[in-house]
Every structure is written in C-alpha cells, then in structure tokens.
Design a protein around this ligand. Structure first.
Ligand code: Q46
Ligand code: ZN
Length: 321
C-alpha cells in the first residue's frame, strides 16, 4: 500500500488533500498552515490592533468555533469575549448553547448570551406568521446582524469578528452578481470599518478558508461543535446556491479562490469607481431609528430590525433599550 507523505514535513502521513492548491498535508501541518493563513488575512487587512476589545460572534458551528480558537491562540493577550444569540429554535438552540459554553470554558473566555425569548418575548419561529414566513433565514440574518452590533456597542467593544468563510462569501457574491446588486457587492468586504458612532467595525478573518478546511480544523483541534441542523436551513436558497457552486468546484477546484480574488482585486475597484462617478459612493445617508435609536438607512422609518420585531408582535410598539 502506498502511503502518501505530508508535502510540508515529508514525515507524517498525509490526511488532508487541499484540491485548490494540490496539497496533501498531515493534521499538524494542516492546522499550522490554517492558522498562518488566518493570521495573514488579519495582517494584510489590518483587522486587529493590540488595544482592540473584540467580540466574537459564536454559533456552535465549525466556523465560529474555529475562529474563536484561532484568535485565542494567535492573540492570547487580546481582550476578547464570545457572544451567542439564542434564537429559541427548539432543540437546536439549546444544543448550540451547550457547545459554545464548553468552548468558552476551554478558552477561559467570557461568554455573553442573549436570548430572544427572554429579552424580546419571541423566538425565530414566530416569524412564520409574518411576510418572512417563507424565508425565516432572511429575518434571522437581519436580527443577528443587528443584535451582534447592538450587544458589542453596549459592551463598548471595538470590533466584531464573524466566522464567514470563503464558501459563505462566494455564495453571497454570486447571489449579488445574479441580482445585479452593486451596492451590496461593494459593501461585502473582509473588513467593514466604522461608518457611524453606533456601528461597530466587523472583521471576517476566515474569509480565505473553505467550509471543509474549517471543518477539519475544528475536528483536529477537538472543538465542541454542533451536530444538529437548524430546522429552517433545509432547502434554503443559500444552501441550494452553495450546492450549485460546489458542483463547479468538482470540475474546477480553484473556482472559488479565483472568483473571490478576481472580485476583490479586479472588479471591486472598478465598481467603487463607477459608484463614485455616479455620486453614490460609500457615503450612504444614515439616520436614527425612531424606535431603537440605532443607525438605519431608512429615513424617518423604523430600522429593519424594529420592523421585523413590530411584525412579529402584531405591530405593537416596541422599545429596545
Ligand atoms: S439559524 Fe437562522 Fe441559520 Fe436557522 S433560521 Fe436560518 S439563518 S438556518 S445560520
Ligand atoms: Zn430600530
């Protein structure tokens, strides 16, 4: 039997094959290279500085757990707290909460838990009675984005790190290209700086790692990751788009890496220029939401989060402290 050796150390047996770079690696070299690649992403985008107070959005999934673990290892002295939003999905949310609690203990980091049910009196399943009934993930995404920002802002954190990886980013970009959604294409970046005093900058240190790399990393490091799927994820559009993109990768292994590199290096600068020349640069007007006081692009109207909350509560006025 031929045993293939790790291309990096040449000693250990290779277990991971990275088709995009035609590299066979042993677990040790794979995890080491993964951490180096994340550090390279962080440094090349100047994502983290020594005096940052970082919030890491965790979900119990392989991506955010790997992210928290890597950041903890790379920046041991960094002030870092894990944040979990409990959406109240039956079985799934309590299962994920246990995983993030174990992770926080493992790292010796504080975990902040925000429960939708406790704080707002509803769960994500309650969007079913609204116009979001057929696409709860869309409402869920808006709610999570808002809450991570609000929690981080209230805690005085200076940045929020999320576990969005290469597959997530390519899927989102692909969708925006199909829709011709130029503004969203321009906004989707590895590092979103502060554009308003109440908007906490967002960073995506895993943007260069694929789904499977995050999975292997979490497995090799023995991280506590969820084994249940959210009941709303089945058949969602983003899952179907990801499946479609994965069939392309079967034929063209470097497809996603080429796609993202072309977008950020070649297309994005041109799109930015085009928007500027039309007077639609980055400076989208920002207003205060009349209900919660947080920033919104909707003039004189409740922000998207408050709209969803209002819908769920049957248009009862909502106060978010
Ligand atoms: S938690 Fe929320 Fe996901 Fe469930 S409702 Fe959809 S977006 S699938 S990551
Ligand atoms: Zn609001």
């Amino acid at each position: 039997m031929i045993v293939s050796r790790c291309r990096r150390c040449g000693v250990n047996r290779a277990e991971v094959y990275l088709a995009h770079s035609n590299l066979s690696l042993c677990p040790e070299c794979f995890t080491l290279l993964t951490e180096r690649r994340v550090r390279h992403t962080i440094e090349s985008h100047k994502m983290i500085s020594r005096d940052d107070r970082l919030g890491v959005a965790v979900s119990g999934g392989k991506d955010s757990s790997s992210l928290a673990y890597i950041l903890h290892n790379l920046y041991e002295k960094l002030d870092m707290v894990l944040i979990y939003v409990d959406l109240g999905v039956p079985e799934y949310s309590s299962h994920c909460l246990k995983k993030v609690e174990t992770l926080a203990k493992m790292l010796g980091r504080e975990l902040v838990v925000y429960s939708l049910e406790r704080e707002l009196g509803f769960t994500i399943g309650d969007v079913r009675g609204t116009i979001y009934g057929k696409k709860p993930c869309s409402a869920c995404g808006t709610i999570k984005r808002y809450l991570f920002n609000k929690i981080a802002y209230d805690l005085g954190l200076t940045k929020i790190a999320t576990g969005h990886n290469l597959d997530d980013t390519v899927e989102a970009l692909f969708n925006f290209y199909i829709e011709g959604n130029v503004k969203s294409l321009v906004r989707l970046r590895p590092y979103l700086p502060k554009t308003h005093p109440k908007i906490v900058p967002k960073i995506k240190p895993l943007i260069g790692l694929t789904d499977i790399e995050c999975y292997y990393y979490a497995e090799y490091k023995g991280l506590p990751i969820r084994t249940l799927e959210c009941q709303f994820s089945k058949g969602s559009r983003s899952v179907r788009r990801k499946e479609l993109l994965n069939t392309i990768v079967e034929k063209i292994p470097s497809f996603k890496h080429t796609f993202i590199n072309s977008h950020y290096k070649r297309i994005l600068p041109l799109l930015e220029q085009a928007l500027k020349s039309q007077g639609q640069g980055e400076g989208t007007e920002i207003y205060d939401c009349p209900i919660c006081g947080m920033p919104t692009s909707l003039k004189g109207m409740p922000c998207h989060f408050c709209k969803i909350v209002n819908m769920i509560r049957g248009k009862v006025e909502v106060k978010v402290s």
